[in-house]
Design a protein around this ligand. Sequence first.
Ligand code: NAG
Ligand code: NAG
Ligand code: NAG
Ligand code: NAG
Ligand code: NAG
Ligand code: NAG
Ligand code: NAG
Length: 269
Amino acid sequence: MAFSVFRVAWALLFAAPALSLNFTVAGGQIFTPGLAILDAPQPGTPLGGETIEVALDVSANGRLQLPPYANNTPSRIHNITIFLYSYDTGKNFTITNGTASADNASLGDIMFQEPGSTVKHVKWIWPDCLVGDGQPTQVGAARGVYNISIRQNFRLNNVDHYTIFDMPISVTNRIDAGVGRPSCDSLNNPLLTPAQINATNDVPVMFAPGDATIVQSAASNIGGSNGDGLGPTKPGANAGQGLGGAGALNWRSGAHWLCLISIAVAIVF
Ligand SMILES: *[C@@H]1O[C@H](CO)[C@@H](O)[C@H](O)[C@H]1NC(C)=O
Ligand SMILES: *[C@@H]1O[C@H](CO)[C@@H](O)[C@H](O)[C@H]1NC(C)=O
Ligand SMILES: *[C@@H]1O[C@H](CO)[C@@H](O)[C@H](O)[C@H]1NC(C)=O
Ligand SMILES: *[C@@H]1O[C@H](CO)[C@@H](O)[C@H](O)[C@H]1NC(C)=O
Ligand SMILES: *[C@@H]1O[C@H](CO)[C@@H](O)[C@H](O)[C@H]1NC(C)=O
Ligand SMILES: *[C@@H]1O[C@H](CO)[C@@H](O)[C@H](O)[C@H]1NC(C)=O
Ligand SMILES: *[C@@H]1O[C@H](CO)[C@@H](O)[C@H](O)[C@H]1NC(C)=O
């Protein structure tokens, strides 16, 4: 079977110079420099509703066991933290830093939610300053373009890594006011410059179709169950995991992921 990796250029058009970012997308999944694979949302999509839901496969599509991990396992996810930040609006909200705050305004360790599920559905209540509908209308508004910043602390084949994967979304859909919304101030963190963050991911984007990265584990399935270096097939995915219709097929089974959708997202202020 011939595999190839798709580099999708997502053109995000701002009032400022156009920003083009590359994402590796196959079968509705977005691959990251780490063991987690993003099932939803998709890059550049407008979001709203009661909560944001980030669906993350934390098994490298079935190559890695779920916690609790065996002692001294060569590969494991230590933890995943997620922030929602924007250099446009100056906000940097905690979605999860491993310690839940009151009423789960920020979430606890996502690796321990939905035990037994390889996909963690991280549901986070939009804080109050994001209430609204449509594009931001005032200077200084909190709505607009954000990154979902996924920070993975993990061990792959006995080497520890820390990587940051930023995925753009646009908070432009309707978010209703509600008594349950936490205050933005209670979730906001100092926004650091890229130089202050000083992140250099030391692993590339992994596990897309055609990538031969092997995940060594403590159990007997080193290199996956079938010896081809690709690991077991992705456990049954369904629309509820944010994969949509095409993703419901086995991603290794056919050419459905060959139909690649390149979307130019225009976000105009
Ligand atoms: C996106 O990938 C293409 C091809 O690999 C490369 O030429 C381009 O510089 C990349 N753009 C960004 C913003 O990384
Ligand atoms: C995540 O794991 C790393 C490595 O074990 C550890 O240093 C760090 O404190 C952990 N962070 C959180 C938020 O649990
Ligand atoms: C999102 O992340 C990219 C890459 O880290 C960065 O260049 C961009 O400025 C960020 N966007 C916003 C709105 O902060
Ligand atoms: C917070 O989330 C955890 C994990 O999903 C859940 O067990 C707990 O009941 C929630 N707490 C509140 C106050 O909603
Ligand atoms: C986690 O985030 C919440 C909300 O931003 C914050 O109040 C809390 O101090 C943070 N905890 C840690 C351990 O960073
Ligand atoms: C957002 O806040 C977190 C927690 O303080 C920090 O680790 C992270 O680097 C910040 N992100 C940005 C883009 O400043
Ligand atoms: C980033 O970190 C590396 C390694 O710690 C250091 O050598 C470099 O000077 C740092 N760069 C910035 C801009 O702080």
